[in-house]
Ligand binder design. Structure first.
Ligand SMILES: *[C@@H]1O[C@H](CO)[C@@H](O)[C@H](O)[C@H]1NC(C)=O
Ligand SMILES: *[C@@H]1O[C@H](CO)[C@@H](O)[C@H](O)[C@H]1NC(C)=O
Ligand SMILES: *[C@@H]1O[C@H](CO)[C@@H](O)[C@H](O)[C@H]1NC(C)=O
Ligand SMILES: *[C@@H]1O[C@H](CO)[C@@H](O)[C@H](O)[C@H]1NC(C)=O
Ligand SMILES: *[C@@H]1O[C@H](CO)[C@@H](O)[C@H](O)[C@H]1NC(C)=O
Ligand SMILES: *[C@@H]1O[C@H](CO)[C@@H](O)[C@H](O)[C@H]1NC(C)=O
Ligand SMILES: *[C@@H]1O[C@H](CO)[C@@H](O)[C@H](O)[C@H]1NC(C)=O
Ligand SMILES: *[C@@H]1O[C@H](CO)[C@@H](O)[C@H](O)[C@H]1NC(C)=O
Ligand SMILES: *[C@@H]1O[C@H](CO)[C@@H](O)[C@H](O)[C@H]1NC(C)=O
Length: 541
């Protein structure tokens, strides 16, 4: 179905190409009728996105430039995929209708402040009213699963029980990812609940992600210690544990699909695959890369040793050409995040870098990062994974899962819990993205009147206002560069001229003026509201 998973629809890859008012969309690789610079902000080759509605600007919802010369751009109406279940443990993507907590209390609306007042309305994507009183997880890393404020004045908030979207199959042989509801073993015995210690006592209660109660008595493989998992303790007093018979998924979880173990055995040209153990195979050596009993792979599409673009097979004994198979992706969300993972960009698309999937693993002071799947030396909640990937897939790379100022990590130094990482912006041009330029991190060091700037950590000739603070960084890292730490109309600096306390700087826009109207429409979402409660002029003095 052509729908978006998130309100923002950053992951949307469907075919809708008309706007809310019915205008046709302009192709992303075209500059007529509207000139723009979004082609390079879309993942991959802009031509592939044709004239489909997309959201490359991290704000609002999918949109497009229109073919009407009088209407530069407009949002598109993309329905939400109706999924009353969660894909990840944390359920950040959950957009279903469940509105009762684990103890059965009704949820308070997110746009209401009674009975409990709170500051979460702005943290939810889009308009808080759209989220009604549904369970949500607005802040990664804070709660392990969706929750809500309750209508009971004595219970401020409570977690909700949201079932996993049941893909009742395993993606790998070990099946650590299995979240289906199968609760009988291969010999038909009923499983024991993971949160119970009878008839069998065990130590797995706290190993499964989240509260073990949510896993009920479903087959699981909590530690990957059983290669043929998932399994469970059984309720039979004579059988401690047994494997469950879980089929492999008929979809691939990664772009290349090395993990695919399903049974599709036709190529995308419709030809039938040769068996991997066939003596007729034109290149039998590939079979060595397939684990286990070769016969078990039959003539199913595979990607041995990850050497192909996606799963493939041989179809003709006389041709050494492998043919690719059309294996669907298991979920759009995974596809979206893997796209970024595979893009492997070692720079930030925007200052917050919440889609940074690069491999920098040292903080700005050069301290090595702690792995996200480890709890030593620092205990934390990201160990369950985030952004659609497991914690181990993030290794010890700098990430920004919780909308901090920029990517960060826990450090291996037990006295430094976490620290930001210094990762350059992809746009290396020294320019500002917004009128006010609060995001500006460039190196202009002269005012618009041509006066040299004073260092931010210096008190000569001007003593800076002590209330001016630079989030996430020390003053010395700002050198004497023009900055806008107080939300003024433009970047500025204190000057080296004793008679001129401060002056604004002339910083060019990154994109040319035809583009700026998009910002006034809130399209880029980088401009921060000045909510300091002080006027910018007072701040400097
Ligand atoms: C988009 O269009 C193509 C070709 O018409 C079709 O095969 C595909 O299923 C469509 N995708 C969606 C999400 O509708
Ligand atoms: C993008 O794809 C189009 C059509 O497939 C091709 O003509 C063009 O060269 C590609 N551009 C880049 C930058 O790869
Ligand atoms: C949520 O409720 C609305 C209105 O009752 C309904 O149309 C929609 O399908 C529901 N969504 C889900 C995911 O159940
Ligand atoms: C949010 O939506 C509600 C109802 O649709 C509307 O009354 C309200 O003005 C909207 N708020 C904002 C900030 O757009
Ligand atoms: C598992 O889920 C399916 C689909 O929601 C349902 O039909 C089935 O009854 C469930 N089985 C158990 C044992 O809960
Ligand atoms: C887990 O959930 C159950 C019921 O939902 C609750 O009684 C229990 O206190 C929870 N345990 C933890 C450690 O949160
Ligand atoms: C940890 O960090 C502290 C404070 O920055 C520093 O004094 C100490 O030497 C560091 N320890 C190690 C083992 O690097
Ligand atoms: C300003 O920056 C330029 C280039 O980075 C540098 O050569 C110059 O010395 C700087 N001027 C001052 C006053 O810091
Ligand atoms: C503005 O951008 C367009 C498209 O990238 C380009 O053709 C044009 O020359 C630019 N104009 C200026 C003044 O830089």
């Amino acid at each position: 179905r052509d729908c978006k998973i998130s309100v923002e629809g950053l992951e949307y890859r469907g075919n809708i190409s008309v706007t809310v008012s019915g205008k046709s969309c302009q192709r992303w690789d075209s500059q007529t009728p509207h000139q723009h610079s979004y082609a390079k902000r879309l993942p991959g080759n802009a031509s592939e996105h044709k004239n489909y509605c997309r959201n490359p600007s991290s704000a609002g919802s999918p949109w497009c430039y229109t073919l009407d010369p009088k209407t530069r751009w407009e949002h598109c109406q993309i329905p939400l995929c109706a999924m009353d279940c969660k894909i990840s443990v944390e359920g950040l993507e959950y957009r279903g209708n469940i509105s009762v907590t684990v103890s059965g209390k009704s949820c308070q609306r997110w746009d209401s402040q009674t009975p409990h007042s709170h500051g979460y309305a702005e943290r939810l994507p889009g308009n808080a009213s759209e989220h009604e009183n549904y369970c949500r997880n607005p802040k990664p890393g804070m709660e392990a699963t969706p929750w809500c404020y309750t209508l009971d004045p004595d219970t401020r908030w409570e977690l909700c029980h949201i079932p996993f979207c049941v893909l009742d199959c395993k993606k790998t042989r070990e099946g650590m990812d299995y979240r289906g509801n199968k609760s009988t073993t291969i010999s038909g015995k009923t499983c024991q609940r993971w949160d119970r210690q009878s008839p069998w006592t065990h130590s797995y209660t706290n190993v499964l992600p989240g509260n073990s109660s949510i896993h009920e008595n479903f087959c699981r493989n909590p530690r990957a210690n059983e290669a043929d998992g998932p399994w469970c303790y059984t309720t039979d007093p004579n059988t401690r544990w047994e494997f469950c018979d879980i089929p492999f998924c008929e979809c691939r979880d990664t772009i290349k699909g090395e993990e695919y173990r399903g049974t599709i055995s036709h190529t995308d040209r419709g030809r039938e695959c040769l068996r991997w153990d066939s003596p007729l195979s034109p290149e039998p050596s590939f079979a060595f890369y397939l684990e286990g009993n070769l016969r078990s792979h039959e003539n199913y599409c595979r990607n041995p040793a990850n050497q192909g673009e996606k799963p493939w097979c041989f179809t003709d004994p006389s041709e050494k050409n492998e043919e690719y198979c059309n294996i669907p992706m298991c979920s759009q969300i995974k596809y979206f995040f893997y796209f970024f993972v595979n893009s492997n960009k070692e720079c930030l698309d925007n200052i917050k870098g919440q889609y940074y999937f690069g491999t920098v693993s040292k903080t700005e002071d050069g301290i090595e990062c702690q792995r996200w799947d480890k709890l030593q030396p620092h205990d934390h909640r990201f160990v369950y994974g985030f952004m659609g990937l497991s914690a181990s897939e993030h290794e010890n790379y700098c990430r920004n899962p919780d909308m901090e100022e920029k990517p960060w990590c826990y450090t291996v130094n037990d006295t430094v819990r976490y620290q930001y990482c210094d990762i350059p912006l992809c746009n290396e041009k020294d320019c500002k993205e917004t009128e006010r330029g609060m995001e500006y991190q460039g190196k202009h060091n002269m005012t618009r009147g041509g006066i040299a700037c004073q260092r931010w950590d210096s008190t000569y000739p001007h003593v800076p206002n002590s209330r001016i603070s630079f989030p996430g960084s020390t003053l010395s890292r700002q050198e004497n560069y023009c900055r806008n730490p107080d939300g003024g109309p433009s970047p500025w600096c204190y000057t080296l001229n004793p008679d001129v306390r401060w002056q604004t700087c002339d910083i060019p826009f990154c994109l040319n003026s035809s583009f700026q109207c998009d910002f006034s429409g809130g399209m880029c979402g980088l401009e921060q509201p000045n909510n300091t409660g002080m006027t910018w002029l007072l701040n400097k003095n």
